[in-house]
Design a protein around this ligand. Sequence first.
Ligand SMILES: Nc1nc2c(ncn2[C@@H]2O[C@H](COP(=O)(O)OP(=O)(O)OP(=O)(O)O)[C@@H](O)[C@H]2O)c(=O)[nH]1
Ligand SMILES: [Mg+2]
Length: 472
Amino acid sequence: MSQFISLQVGQCGNQIGSAFWPLALHEYGVQTTNTGMNLLKTQRDHVKNIGDLSDAFDSFFVVPDNSHDLCFKSITDLKRAKVKARAILIDMEDSVVGGLRKGPVRDLFDQACVVTNYPGAVGYHTYGTEYQEKLEDTIRHMVEKCSRLHGFLLMHSVGGGTGSGLGTAVLKLLADNYPTIDRLVSCIYPIVMQDVVTAPYNVLLSTRELIDYATCVFPIENESLLDICNAQLKVKGNTEQINYNVSCKPFQDMNSIVANMLLHLTSGSRFPGNLNMDMNEIATNLVPYPKLHYIFSSVSPLTLSAPTMYSVSGTKLIDEIFINAWSRNNQLIKVDPLQSGSMILSAAHVARGNCSVNDLKRNIERFRKKVTFTDWSNEAMKVGLCSVPPAGHSTSLLCLLNSSSMISLFKNVVEQFTRLYRKKAHVYHYTQVRGFEETHFIDCKETISNLIMQYTELQSESQKNISRLQVL
Ligand SMILES: Nc1nc2c(ncn2[C@@H]2O[C@H](COP(=O)(O)OP(=O)(O)OP(=O)(O)O)[C@@H](O)[C@H]2O)c(=O)[nH]1
Ligand SMILES: [Mg+2]
């Protein structure tokens, strides 16, 4: 099975990591809390063959002594076997990483894989160069523990300083030192970029780096995550709790949605399946041009365990899962790939659990009627069937689309930047950093504008050709 190294950078990256590791363990049937045997039983109910779990364990974890039975049941078992997560924790202040290292999964993290506690200004130019050696050593240390390294999973936000600046410096370092290994990025875009005053600059600068150095980017918007959390509250009929809003962010719940998506994304490379889709096939199939690698994602179901609303079963349940995955309520980003005018450059549907090839075929036919592919990408539909569902569910689906609707995300990045830059507000924070030239802002804006143009051209060329075909 393939191995993945996750790099969690900044507060957001490390908080996503705090949600990711317990959920990954849960999926492997490992209890992270001291609850009774019942929970343990249900945790393993989702797999028919327990061996699938132990075989896949190596994808995310290092087990020093291979002779161990890999069927770990509790966090104490992991501690005893000195199991470590294939994770690198990076932040420029101590508190979030410190919290993670005091929490229930603390023993999973090797001190040698923590880069933290360097107070001072933030950013690509300061820390990226200053700590390059330390970062390189840490990454090499982790890479050397892999026999079949498939990809790096980078988790960070693009709104703050550390995640955006140092996160993308780390990405470039990975591209330079490990050019053949996939760099898969899940990055959080802030809500109207208001919670960090300099967010429009951070977002612009880091988006450009992500365009240049990532293999695939899975952008996630906090606004979508908030909406999903609110919708889940409503389903639970939980009227006592206040609605989540911009000032009250349920980060834990929001981050679990991201962690769930990442587990689903990598599932085909970790578990067996009839029509398994390996991670490298995602990049090969979804990215028709190297820089057009921002991928829309939606997941169904979104809850971490089977909700009671799923009263139906069989074919009806499967169809409902597909319909939900295409609904705007399940999207992890606000762009609208189904709207008229948007073109699909490529698409993938990855199902886990009880889903047959016929279920996939039937639903993909439905999907084709809902969207417009470019005239050259009509058949560009990748499918995956992984036999192991997420813990707590019988079936789940991840829908991935490379769509020209991503234009609206990029336009928003440029607009927010332009609004702040017009007044040159806060620019000095950046220009006072050695190595940062103000022209860099303009270069980044140009790169993003070029990408918008590329998508627009593809969109209008295809619209012309498709309408010509329709006339014929
Ligand atoms: N989804 C999610 N968003 C977060 C989380 N923590 C922070 N954010 C968002 O990320 C942005 C701020 O980035 P942070 O990750 O806090 O900043 P940082 O990377 O540590 O950088 P500094 O500014 O140097 O502290 C804001 O838009 C926050 O709303 C989190 O746990 N989950
Ligand atoms: Mg921070």
